[in-house]
Design a protein around this ligand. Sequence first.
Ligand SMILES: [Zn+2]
Ligand SMILES: [Zn+2]
Length: 119
Amino acid sequence: MDSTKILQCPACGHTMRKVNIPEAGFTIDMCTNGCGGILFDNQELKTIFSKDEVIDKIIHYLENSDFNETNTDKVRVCPVCDTPMVKTGGASGVEIDCCNVCGAAFLDNGELKKLKQKS
Ligand SMILES: [Zn+2]
Ligand SMILES: [Zn+2]
C-alpha cells in the first residue's frame, strides 16, 4: 500500500517529503527538512530489504545533510493511523519504531545504514 497522504514526521513533527525511488517501485516518506527519519508504509521495509540498490539509494539521498537531533526514547505516534508505535529491536539490534496496526515502520537517521551493515 502506498499512501498519498502527506505525513508529519513522528519524531520531530516536520512535514515529510515523498521521495520517488524508481528501483523500489514506490515513494518513501522522508523527513528531509527535520531529522532525516524515514517512514515505511506497510511492508515497504520488508520489500526493500532484498534490494541493496534501493537501500543504497535512500542512504545516499539522506547523506551530507544536517539533520536535527531527536529524542529516541520518546514514544512516536504512527502518522498513518495515529497509533502509538512500539520499539522493536529484532535480531539486528537496531531499534525500529513499528506500528502494529497498519504495519508502518519508522527509522531514525542512520538506522537504515546500521541495519544494512548488520545484514
Ligand atoms: Zn523528523
Ligand atoms: Zn499505523
